[in-house]
Design a protein around this ligand. Structure first.
Ligand code: KIV
Length: 275
């Protein structure tokens, strides 16, 4: 059965941990979907992982729709959430609703995610009023990397920790169905989780959150440009891919691939007439 906002509400209510992974293409989404994950995020991290940018700033609405629609075709059971890219919702509430609508209509998302707390509360309210589920994202918000001055843990002093709690309360009040907490000290994330009725999804925020999310290429060992402390490599797919490529090259050069079982036959009589 297709997972939805109800899955998230029930997860919080029953204390069942929620699981999310990113995906950016049909085949990976289909594979991840078959494992029973609750939701797939088409993150704007696709800028780093798929497009080779150094940050998420350059990612466009067209990028998100193109990759989002591919993921939506592969995800039969997991809820699909598509990130709103930089400047698709910060310019006005009107722009935000229009762009969130495009991610639903053209990207076939089941919900959208956007970054920010108190300052985007009115935007979240308007998108939710249009019938679009919103996942919020606070703590380290990569689209604001130039304001933060780098990828740093957030909420470490009293003022910043109080601001994080205010942000969490504001996005809940605005109607978000869940909130991502990125790069936040574990004890603070656990406290925020206990204060909220909506589930918290942690990434670099410890085990006290209601669920977890990771970038699939990080946890599979496929992306090595930058690996944050919170990433655990659950597999070494990158090395397996390199080994497979090397074996392919060796076999092609040795003439052992393709073998008979990989080729198509033709009657010798037909071939004979061609000489
Ligand atoms: O873009 C992304 O992949 C994200 C997750 C890391 C939460 O926002």
């Amino acid at each position: 059965m297709k997972k939805s906002v109800t899955t998230f509400a029930n997860g919080k209510l029953k204390g069942d941990k929620l699981t999310m992974l990113t995906a950016y293409d049909y085949s990976t989404a289909k594979l991840i979907d078959s494992t029973g994950v609750d939701a797939i995020l088409v993150g704007d991290s696709l800028g780093n992982v798929m497009l080779g940018y150094e940050d998420t700033i350059s990612v466009t609405m067209e990028d998100m729709i193109h990759h989002g629609a591919a993921v939506a075709r592969g995800a039969k059971e997991a809820m699909v959430i598509i990130d709103m890219p930089f400047m698709s919702y910060q310019t006005s509430v009107y722009d935000a609703v229009v762009n969130a609508g495009r991610l639903m209509k053209e990207g076939r998302a089941n919900g959208v995610k956007l970054e920010g707390g108190v300052e985007v509360a009115d935007t979240i309210k308007a998108i939710v009023a249009a019938g679009i589920p919103v996942m919020a994202h606070i703590g380290l918000t990569p689209q604001s990397i130039n304001s933060f001055g780098g990828y740093k843990v957030q909420g470490k002093d009293e003022m910043a920790a109080k601001k994080l709690i205010e942000d969490a309360m504001a996005v809940q009040e605005a109607g978000a169905f869940a909130v991502v907490l990125e790069c936040v000290p574990e004890k603070l994330a656990t406290l925020v989780t206990s204060k909220l009725d909506i589930p918290t999804i942690g990434i670099g925020a410890g085990a006290g959150c209601d669920g977890q999310i990771l970038v699939y290429a990080d946890m599979m060992g496929m992306f090595s440009d930058y690996v944050p402390k919170f990433v655990k490599k659950f597999a070494n797919v990158g090395e397996a891919m390199k080994e497979a490529c090397k074996s392919y090259i060796d076999e092609v050069k040795a003439g052992t691939y393709p073998a008979v079982e990989h080729t198509y036959a033709i009657d010798d009589e037909v071939i004979g007439k061609l000489y």
